[in-house]
Design a protein around this ligand. Structure first.
Ligand code: PEP
Length: 246
């Protein structure tokens, strides 16, 4: 399975910055065995479509609405994302769960709508620090993954384990924590009929820690926030993924 290194730009980036980023990536940025993807803000999807596809980089969105069209002011539909060239869509990111209040039920509806339009969801799951400290990590992850119960296991899916306490904080999970938690997630995914589902790690991944994190058993890539905003640090993480895969 090819490792995926996906950059989540969150609410960052204007056109000139995006174009400079793409230029700085060079001509053939993706090494063998590593797939690259970028999730810029909605406003940059159409302008980046051609430039990224020319470099073999997949495009994704950070969110989607579950209705196909209509009177939903401010929302973007799965079909609009496909039209803009998206292959991936991030669902259930902790910032949407915690700031916007997205529930597992809403995320399940978005998952179905994304699949119905041919998008591959990257489903983010992860526990809060208090939950980890209380020994509830596996129970939280099991609950978040339960939205896959009864879904068609032939539909494409990537899962990203992102401990909430590690996102944007500089506090990365230890390799022991990552190994142990990914083992549990893979076990749970197998129980849900998805034994081969790709699972990424996310949470303060940077060029200095990327290789050791991606060398952990059960880690098949990374979802990268802050360190994906600069082409050089993003590329260093991509190279680290290639070394970890070798
Ligand atoms: C993220 O936004 O998914 C993320 C992991 O952010 P960061 O790498 O900045 O912690």
């Amino acid at each position: 399975m090819r490792r995926l290194v996906a950059g989540n730009w969150k609410m960052n980036g204007i056109l000139a910055e995006a174009m400079q980023f793409v230029e700085e990536l060079g001509d053939n940025p993706a090494p063998e065995h590593v797939e690259m993807a970028l999730m810029p803000p909605f406003t940059l999807l159409h302008p980046l479509k051609e430039a990224l596809s020319a470099k073999g980089i997949a495009l994704g969105a950070q969110n989607v609405y579950f209705e196909p069209k209509g009177a939903f002011t401010g929302s973007i539909s799965p079909l609009m994302l496909r039209d803009a060239g998206c292959h991936y869509v991030i669902l259930g990111h902790s910032e949407r769960r915690n700031i916007i209040g997205e529930t597992d039920d809403v995320i399940r509806t978005k998952l179905q709508a994304s699949w119905a339009t041919g998008l591959e969801p990257i489903l983010c799951i992860g526990e809060h620090l208090k939950e980890r400290e209380a020994g509830k990590t596996n129970a939280v992850l099991k609950r978040q993954l339960a939205i896959l119960e009864g879904t068609d296991s032939g539909l494409p899916l990537t899962v990203a384990y992102e401990p909430v306490w590690a996102i944007g904080t500089g506090h990365t999970a230890t390799t022991d924590q990552v190994t142990e938690t990914h083992a549990f997630i893979h076990e749970e995914l197998a129980r849900l009929g998805r034994p081969h589902c790709r699972v990424l790690y996310g949470g303060s991944v940077n060029p200095g820690n990327a290789e050791s994190l991606m060398a952990c058993p059960g880690v098949e890539g990374a979802l990268v926030g802050g360190a994906s905003l600069k082409a050089d640090s993003f590329m260093e993480i991509v190279q680290a993924a290639a070394r970890a895969a070798a």
